[in-house]
Design a protein around this ligand. Structure first.
Ligand code: CDP
Ligand code: CDP
Length: 220
């Protein structure tokens, strides 16, 4: 088990994945992207023709979910049933249904148990785990807990820059709609007691990575 667990939550586009991964790389820590697991299950449901609005059907898929994720920041991959689906989980069709899959209680319970097992098995000196409910549900006892925020305008600008082919307006709408759906299930907009808020609105990527590393060094 890693000595230092760092929990990072935040809304879409706050920089959780990219910043956590780079901070983990520099610290020599493992890195766990929990959103990737929710996306992989959503991808699997689409692949199997499961009606994602049918909670019972989705819940049935969790027990036998054959999922593997790379936790080395430099060797990141996602596999389902042995098939590498790393790029596929970012497809818009997956993004469009992931919130429906993530709100099923059996999905949350099953994946939370999986994340705790992966955290316990990590052999690096520390692990950075990022998602929506890591500071509150998955690892509330983590040595370091951070809520990474950014203004809606900054988050939308970052996402639009990544998806240049898609109109800024469509990106903004999708982001707002997903955050609204996800917020009904877990609160990742307000820091829970003892959680440090890192506002990246006016920070570039490099300064955000540095700020997270400083928080880890101060808190661990
Ligand atoms: O990177 P982005 O913010 O777009 O999303 P993500 O971290 O890949 O998460 C994808 C989806 O998984 C979210 O929209 C949530 O529906 C769900 N999720 C969750 O419910 N709990 C987590 N700990 C992580 C992700
Ligand atoms: O995982 P999450 O949805 O929170 O965000 P991300 O996918 O890690 O970051 C979205 C984009 O914002 C990436 O291209 C980052 O490089 C960028 N970013 C930025 O421009 N400035 C920051 N301070 C943090 C991230």
């Amino acid at each position: 088990m890693s000595d230092i667990v760092v929990a990072v939550d935040g809304p879409a586009g706050s920089g959780k994945s990219s910043v956590s991964r780079e901070a983990a790389r520099r610290l020599g820590f493992a890195y766990l992207d929990t959103g990737a697991a929710y996306r992989a299950l959503a991808w699997h449901c689409l692949d199997e023709g499961v009606d994602v609005e049918d909670a019972t059907e989705v819940a049935e898929r969790v027990a036998a979910f054959d999922y593997a994720i790379g936790m080395q920041p430099d060797h990141y991959f996602v596999r389902v049933g042995g098939e590498d689906i790393t790029p596929d989980i970012r497809e818009p069709r997956v993004t469009a249904v992931v919130s429906a899959v993530a709100r099923v209680p059996e999905v949350r319970a099953g994946l939370t148990a999986l994340f705790r097992r992966l955290i316990a098995e990590a052999s690096e000196p520390g692990v950075i785990v990022e998602g929506r409910d890591i500071t509150t549900v998955v690892a509330p006892d983590a040595a370091v807990r951070v809520l990474l925020t950014a203004s809606p305008e900054a988050r939308m600008a970052r996402r639009s820059a990544e998806l240049s082919a898609v109109s800024a307006e469509a990106t903004a709408q999708q982001l707002a709609s997903r955050d609204a759906q996800d917020s009904r299930v877990v609160d990742f907009m307000n820091a829970a007691d003892g959680v440090t808020t890192l506002d990246s609105t006016d920070l570039d990527f490099e300064h955000t990575v540095q700020a997270l590393i400083d928080i880890v060094r101060a808190g661990a």
